[in-house]
Design a binder for this molecule. Structure first.
Ligand SMILES: Nc1ncnc2c1ncn2[C@@H]1O[C@H](COP(=O)(O)OP(=O)(O)OP(=O)(O)O)[C@@H](O)[C@H]1O
Ligand SMILES: [Mg+2]
Length: 414
């Protein structure tokens, strides 16, 4: 399964290659939106199932997204003021090179948008948006943004070079992280998110490939390419119905194409990443992206401590709360999540995850529906209070009993 699900890019390429018509594409996009809730799918799948493109053509389209390597290198070499030192990697939309910024004599990472995407104003807009969004942020756990521009018809984005690896590389090798290691990484990403969310920016694509770890063990959240202002409703509307992000880590509300996405979608994706770190598995696995997405929407989560039995109940509760299907049942903010992460790191219970009645439960109660209540662990303080009340009730009932007896005795003796 492909790691990214950029339906709009796939559609554009299907058109560019002449594999389908504008009408067929529009028809499939509409179908995709309509089925997003019940039976989510990718544009690729819908185009194939309508027999507008063949599976072989789909393969050629995906190949096309990787094609930019050579042209990208040529482009990178044209950027004034930088010397290209080698390729760092390639994602679905861009190629990243290692380079040297000559004026400051520092090593940087340069992201180049392939020319075929430069022709699409929508992609170019999103590319510059990444630069601007990242430039607003200044945090030790966020990859710093340095420069953005255009050279020889190619758009580029210069950023802090992270010497290290992505979390994806470790997970792909099958590494299972210890609870403390995973809490440490999750805490650093949550701090980055708290910083971005406070500035109205939602990442929308938190996943192991975008979590880099440098040689000093500092975690750097990369790729704010899909970030946008929380208030940018127009952009949200234009993206409605398209499942951006990666199916393994994507939130249910993003799958449904909801337009009022907030920071809680990043908390879900970080929860999926946390789950993967401690269990060695993604929360929902299937052979097709649509099946993965259906599971995000409908399938109950296998609690992480059922897979990794050495996981503490507290860590498991945090992950389950992060991965709640209803965003109202998740942590309301990255700060709130940080408090629980810190508690579990210190061996204490995650108090926020243990609050038993959630907002959605209250709504259910209001509608006259019953709710499942878990038995709550009662603290010593609470037990103390119950004991004191018991004593008070016994004293009161004894006083009442004596009074009643006295009254009866008085009446009887008259
Ligand atoms: N600032 C950086 N410093 C060092 N290496 C980087 C940096 N940014 C990206 N890379 C490397 O380049 C690769 C490609 O990054 P890019 O953001 O284009 O795609 P991705 O996040 O891996 O995948 P996708 O496009 O599917 O989201 C990364 O996987 C990483 O190995
Ligand atoms: Mg990336």
């Amino acid at each position: 399964m492909s790691e990214t699900n950029h339906d709009s890019m796939f559609g554009k390429l299907a058109l560019d290659f002449g594999f389908c018509t504008e009408e067929e594409l529009a028809y499939c996009k509409k179908q995709l939106r309509e089925r997003a809730k019940e039976d989510p799918a990718t544009l690729e799948h819908v185009l194939i199932s309508n027999r507008f493109i063949t599976p072989n053509q789909a393969k050629r389209i995906k190949q096309g997204t990787k094609e930019g390597t050579k042209e990208g290198k040529d482009a990178a070499e044209q950027i004034p003021g930088y010397k290209i030192m080698g390729k760092l990697g390639a994602g679905a939309m861009a190629i990243v090179y290692k380079g040297k910024q000559m004026s400051l004599d520092r090593i940087v990472a340069i992201k180049i948008l392939p020319r075929r995407f430069s022709e699409n104003p929508d992609y170019v807009r999103r590319f510059y948006k990444e630069g601007k969004a990242a430039a607003k942020l200044n945090h030790n756990n966020i990859v710093g943004a340095y420069d953005v521009g255009e050279a020889g018809g190619y758009h580029y984005f210069v950023m802090e070079y992270v010497e290290g690896k992505t979390l994806y590389e470790d997970l792909a090798k099958g590494k299972i992280f210890s609870e403390q290691e995973a809490i440490n990484i999750t805490t650093q990403v949550a701090s980055a998110l708290a910083h971005a969310h406070a500035r109205g920016l939602i990442h929308r694509d938190v996943k192991p490939k975008n979590v880099m770890i440098n040689s000093a063990g500092i975690v750097k959240l990369a790729d704010l390419g899909l970030a946008r202002d929380a208030s940018d409703i127009e952009l949200a509307k234009s993206e409605a119905g398209k499942a951006f992000g990666t199916p393994y880590y994507i939130s249910p509300e993003q799958i449904r194409g909801e337009i009022d996405i907030d920071g809680r979608c990043d908390i879900y994706s970080l929860g999926a990443t946390f789950y993967h770190m401690v269990t060695g598995k993604v929360p929902f696995e299937a052979t097709t992206p649509s099946e993965v997405m259906r599971k995000h929407l409908k399938e109950p989560l296998v609690p992480p401590d059922h897979i990794n039995t050495s996981l503490s109940a507290g860590a498991s509760e945090i992950i389950e709360m992060m991965l709640a299907k209803n965003k109202n049942d998740r942590y309301s903010s990255a700060e709130e999540l940080l408090i629980d992460l810190d508690a579990v790191r210190r061996g204490e219970p995650p108090l926020r995850a243990r609050k038993k009645i959630s907002i959605s439960d209250l709504q259910q109660l209001q509608n006259g529906e019953s709710i499942d209540m878990e038995t709550e662990e009662v603290s010593e303080d609470q037990l103390d209070m119950v004991r004191r009340y018991k004593v008070l009730i016994v004293i009161l009932s004894s006083v009442i009993a004596v009074l009643v007896l006295l009254v009866i005795f008085l009446f009887a003796s008259q």
